[in-house]
Design a protein around this ligand. Structure first.
Ligand code: GLA
Length: 412
């Protein structure tokens, strides 16, 4: 756990007391102050440009984005910030103050107009380089110094990578005074950075919500048309509890591309452009002719796309029981058909569901570790935390998540 997420029995300033037992996330101004101090130490000056972009938690719609399906994430109060200043030395010099980042923690490379950027080591810098290379006004980047800091837990399935990409992109927009005309293009450029520079064939969900999140809302994203609808998520009686299993199985990175290929294969067998375009009956009619694993993968995706559309409706009409049921079904489908859960996540879901006042719970993100998301009555949050803490064999951490805004340029 990053040191600045240290558990403190404090409530968020200015916000209602959600839970005395959950972790407190640093407020943006506190995080920026730390980043500015770090910049002063690294570069001996004050930064004058700052950008922030959030991580996300996905309520439902897992492994559907790269199948042209629906997803229903919300932006988190946890953000990555990039602070810095312009230089004219033709170099980008970036330091990370994130304790988990690989060494070296400071890198310097030529601006893209002088020398094409290539991925390499350290790994964290690939996200920055990838975004610069895919920035719509890359030739206008003449040089800068910057520091990165985050409150998004790394490897927790809460999109720390996307938040770094989108924060970097937003920083470059401020640096060059050249904002992306289309927010979709900004998200797509950040996704491309992850594909080409981090080698992860991710879908569009994480970058999209980090760019477009809105306070008080989840976002129903149609990953085929890239159209999105806000879905209010502001019932004061209900909380979104994020529980970090604090396990990170390496399998995640190798199995993700395998799942993607299996879905493509299923669509090919079914003679469809994608699993989004496939009806459940069409899949069932082919069950005998398909490999069992490929069939199960498609079954999850087709069911999950439907569940996600229903979940948006459930949220709109305020039917927590329905939404919770869909979340539980999603988890079982991810566990048994898509096979991306792990024992720790299954335990967290089971322990959450034991508590009265819990509507539903599921793993969130790519899987094989990371976090669960639980829909729970506000007055039952601490009971869930206590139940999980007393039974979970590892050390879980808890965050009460409020739906927050997407990326922003911050005035220092
Ligand atoms: C990761 C990817 C997303 C999405 C999820 C699974 O977070 O980055 O694009 O595929 O896994 O839903």
């Amino acid at each position: 756990m990053p040191r600045y997420l240290a558990k403190r029995r404090l409530v968020r300033r200015g916000a209602p007391p959600h839970s005395a037992m959950a972790c407190r996330t640093l407020e943006l101004d506190e995080l920026l102050a730390k980043a500015q101090n770090e910049f002063q130490q690294q570069f001996g000056a004050r930064p004058d440009i700052a950008a922030a972009a959030p991580g996300r938690v996905n309520l439902i719609g897992e492994h559907t984005d790269y199948n042209d399906g629906f997803v229903l994430p919300m932006a988190l109060p946890m953000v990555t910030v990039v602070v810095g200043r312009k230089t004219s030395d033709g170099r980008c010099t970036v330091a990370t103050a994130v304790p988990e980042a690989d060494e070296p923690r400071r890198v310097s490379f030529s601006v893209p107009s002088k020398q094409p950027l290539l991925p390499g080591s350290p790994k964290w810098a690939n996200y920055v380089k990838g975004v610069i290379a895919n920035f719509h006004a890359a030739s206008a980047v003449e040089g800068f110094e910057a520091v990165i800091l985050t409150t998004v837990p790394l490897g927790g399935g809460l999109s720390s990578s996307a938040s770094l990409e989108v924060a970097t992109y937003t920083f470059l927009e401020a640096l060059t005074n050249n904002q992306s005309k289309q927010l979709k293009d900004k998200a797509l450029a950040c996704q491309k950075a992850e594909h080409d520079f981090a080698g992860v064939p991710c879908g569009i969900m994480d970058q999209f919500i980090s760019v477009m999140g809105k306070k008080g809302n989840a976002l129903l994203i149609d990953c085929k048309s890239l159209e999105a609808e806000l879905v209010p998520l502001d019932d004061p009686k209900v909380a979104i509890l994020v529980t970090n299993s604090n396990v990170h199985h390496n399998l995640g990175s190798s199995e993700y591309p395998v799942r993607r290929r299996q879905c493509e294969e299923a669509a090919r067998i079914l003679k469809k452009p994608s699993l989004r375009a496939t009806k459940l009956e069409e899949l069932m009619a082919q069950e005998k002719t398909m490999d069992e694993v490929i069939f199960k993968r498609a079954l999850h995706v087709i069911g999950e796309i439907r569940r996600t559309e229903q979940a948006a409706l459930a949220l709109r009409v305020g039917d927590n029981a329905w939404l919770g049921r869909l979340m539980n079904e999603s988890h079982q489908s991810l566990r048994y058909d898509y096979e991306v859960s792990c024992p720790e996540l299954d335990l967290l879901v089971d322990y959450a569901n034991e508590v009265e006042g819990v509507w539903g719970s599921r793993m969130t993100g790519g899987g094989f570790g990371g976090c669960t998301v639980t829909l729970v009555n506000q007055d039952a949050v601490d009971k869930v935390i206590a139940n999980i803490s007393s039974k979970y064999p590892g050390k879980a951490t808890f965050y009460v998540a409020t739906p927050s805004d997407g990326a922003q340029i911050v005035k220092l």
